[in-house]
Design a protein around this ligand. Structure first.
Ligand SMILES: [Zn+2]
Ligand SMILES: [Zn+2]
Length: 146
């Protein structure tokens, strides 16, 4: 798996990682909906040890007490442009959940949304009625198992 890099909308925060993802999921849970403002979120879950933060702006964190695990989840976003960048759930220490919509590509590179395409679909119990399941993805009614 090639290294990935991403940035927020204003470019003030950059993220990168260089590791085989532990899991890539499309998630329909309420938290993913809210934090992205979209019907679902696409996430790449990686070991914290491979995650690097850069740029000129320090991300802000909102600690949501309503993680689906019952434990809080730390949600990191840009205080300037509000882009939701990544999350760190207390229930799973040592992992980072990167929102794949923030990933960038250079001219001629493969689209990171193809490189880090979800392999599982989580919280199908919350999937919008007008969305059908994504073909070829393992479906989980709640949290996917890696
Ligand atoms: Zn920004
Ligand atoms: Zn979710």
């Amino acid at each position: 798996m090639p290294a990935a890099k991403g940035s927020c909308l204003c470019g003030g925060i950059t993220v990168s990682y260089d590791a085989e993802p532990l899991l890539m999921n499309a998630c329909h849970c309420i938290q993913c909906r809210k934090v992205t403002g979209a019907a679902f979120s696409t996430n790449c879950i990686i070991p914290e040890s491979s995650f690097k933060l850069g740029g000129s702006i320090e991300p802000k964190v909102y600690i949501s007490p309503h993680g689906d695990s019952g434990k809080p989840i730390h949600l990191y976003f840009c205080p300037t442009c509000s882009t939701s960048m990544y999350a760190m759930p207390e229930a799973f220490p040592g992992i980072v959940v990167v929102k794949t919509g923030v990933l960038d590509r250079e001219e001629g590179e493969e689209d990171p949304l193809d490189l880090f395409k979800p392999t599982v679909e989580g919280f199908t119990c919350r999937r919008a009625s007008w969305l059908s399941g994504f073909e070829g993805l393992a479906q989980f009614e709640k949290n996917p198992k890696a």
